[in-house]
Design a protein around this ligand. Structure first.
Ligand SMILES: Cc1cc2nc3c(=O)[nH]c(=O)nc-3n(C[C@H](O)[C@H](O)[C@H](O)COP(=O)(O)OP(=O)(O)OC[C@H]3O[C@@H](n4cnc5c(N)ncnc54)[C@H](O)[C@@H]3O)c2cc1C
Length: 505
């Protein structure tokens, strides 16, 4: 077992199961909070319901090949960029990062044309200006807004989160769709600039400019893959928690929060065991967290109803291709393939009409990749009829449904990688049902609670809950993805320090 520990039978509740902080869930958010607080000298215990830690960052093996689930690339790791300082603090910078092509870390395919996103704000604008010479100034303005949004984040992190007061940024209240239409001032360019944001759901009515700009900015700063499993991030964080005296318990599903005098005194897991803690952080979905404490005078009905009624983003269907040896050349970029030029509508229009094609760094250091992942949005309604089934027991009809969708995904990817189907040795797939069953995410949502720029106060969730020592973290709160979850971990840790009365180291 990599990275986690099954609950040991010898645990002595009196001296081993009392911690300063108990964390529910070992996704990126739970692990980062655990790491930061353990480093600060607090005792930390992370409870993970699955057999391996990592949540969406898990990797898995099939037929001698390794695949990643929810990690393909990250942005902003270069000197002076968004994620670098935090990754240094977390000990993640010495993982084998591979910089993606500066001249085209993302390729957006619309119809039969390709457009490339370059790293560096000036280069980004110049590269696309070659395709849109009359829109050079528009592109510069676009790049400037990305840069400003990123610098705002940097200032906030430099000043310390509390100095600037929560997430405040006016770009939260602006629709990304409106901003793009206005700034591009050209229908094709508008779609091109949106094209690398498939993983942001591209919901015209709700997607806040802040989310769009912050995530795009980090990739325009610089884009990176890992040479090897994405779960190296998980292993490193779990190792750091343990090195600082903390525990990561796998196969430990939190089943109840125990409240004493208006505070959480313990987390019950697997229906019987308990971890006592002065502060509890939940990396699980906020609505699922409240289900762990069905009765509490502190938690009003209106708060419960708000968290349980919020909509979640769509899920993904992923095809993991195990390729025959030396058949497909490694491409050091992500490719976004759309059937039409309507990027914002395509994911609703046709199955696999919008796909992200990514590949792994060759494990032998050679020129050919061993595996490709193809991701396409999938809405819960498509798999709802199998909602009562569990992994591996969903029946032939479901298998056939997945086979057909996988074929369409491969056909989409073949537009840029001709002959791909013939290079496939084996194929594995996952759907929103898989995500629901492995990570507990609602309706198989990929990114959790959908942020709505017209309804911000309602859809942005604060780490604090009505119970002073119960905090939330993870992608549901603020931004999703590695950058967003990492930002939120800082917010949550600050509130945890308040709840603990701070100090230690
Ligand atoms: C297909 C896909 C591809 C992605 N690719 C990228 C990418 O390339 N780059 C990027 O930046 N982001 C990417 N993301 C997003 C990124 O992976 C997530 O935003 C991030 O990993 C979420 O972390 P989290 O800690 O918020 O939640 P999760 O990873 O969902 O972790 C929650 C954890 O809590 C555990 N849990 C839930 N309930 C309980 C309980 N009762 N008791 C104990 N444990 C519990 C779950 O098992 C899980 O381990 C991708 C996401 C998807 C779906």
């Amino acid at each position: 077992m990599k990275g986690g520990t099954h609950v040991p039978l010898f645990l002595n509740r009196d001296d081993m199961m009392k911690y300063d902080i108990a964390i529910i869930g070992s996704g990126l958010g739970g692990l980062e909070c655990g790491c930061l607080l353990a480093k600060r000298g607090f005792s930390v215990c992370i409870l993970e319901k699955n057999g391996v830690p990592g949540g969406s960052l898990q990797s898995f093996g099939r037929g001698g090949m390794r695949f990643d689930t929810g990690f393909h690339c990250v942005g902003g790791l270069d000197e002076g960029q968004s994620l670098r300082p935090l990754f240094e603090t977390l000990g993640l910078m010495d993982l084998p990062w591979r910089r993606m092509d500066d001249d085209g870390f993302a390729e957006v395919v619309l119809g039969d044309r390709s457009f490339f996103f370059a790293s560096g704000h000036e280069r980004f604008a110049e590269r696309l200006a070659a395709d849109f010479p009359r829109r050079r100034e528009n592109l510069k303005r676009f790049a400037a807004v990305l840069r400003e949004t990123g610098e705002g984040l940097r200032r906030m992190l430099d000043a310390g989160v509390s100095a600037t007061g929560s997430y405040g940024n006016e770009a939260f209240g602006v629709r990304a769709f409106d901003f793009l239409r206005r700034t591009a001032d050209d229908p094709l360019l508008f779609n091109v600039l949106s094209g690398a944001s498939l993983t942001m759901e591209l919901n015209a009515a709700t997607l806040p400019l802040y989310v769009f700009a912050q995530i795009n900015n980090s990739f325009v700063q610089s884009a990176w893959r890992l040479d090897g499993d994405g779960s190296a991030i998980v292993d490193r964080l779990a190792e750091n928690v343990r090195r600082n005296g903390g525990a990561v318990l796998t196969g430990a599903k939190a089943t109840r929060l125990i409240e004493t005098d208006g505070r959480i005194s313990a987390v019950e897991f697997n229906g019987g065991e308990r971890v006592e803690a002065r502060c509890v952080i939940s990396d699980a979905h906020p609505a699922a967290t409240l289900e762990l404490i069905p009765e509490s005078r502190r938690i009003r009905r209106v708060y419960r109803e708000r968290l349980s009624s919020l909509e979640n983003t769509f899920g993904f269907f992923t095809v993991h291709l195990h390729l025959r040896k030396n058949t497909v050349r490694y491409f050091n970029r992500n490719i976004f393939v759309y059937d039409s030029e309507d990027v914002w509508g395509e994911h609703r229009r046709s199955p696999a009409g919008a796909t992200l094609v990514s590949c792994r760094v060759p494990c032998d250091g050679g020129e050919f990749t061993d595996n490709i992942d193809i991701l396409t949005p999938m809405h819960w309604e498509e798999v709802e009829r199998w909602a009562d089934t569990t992994v591996g027991r969903r029946g032939d009809e479901y298998r056939e449904f997945k086979r057909r969708r996988a074929e369409r995904c491969v056909a989409a990817a073949e537009r840029r990688i001709p002959g791909l189907a013939k290079c496939v040795e084996r194929m594995h797939t996952s759907s929103p049902l898989t995500w629901r069953d492995y990570t507990g995410t609602r309706r198989g949502s990929a990114y959790g609670i959908r942020k709505d720029c017209d309804n911000l106060l309602y859809t942005m969730i604060a780490p604090q809950t009505p119970i002073a020592n119960l905090l939330l973290t993870g992608q549901n709160l603020n931004l999703h993805g590695i950058l967003g979850v990492s930002m939120t971990s800082l917010f949550t840790c600050e509130k945890a320090l308040d709840a603990l009365g701070a100090s230690k180291r």
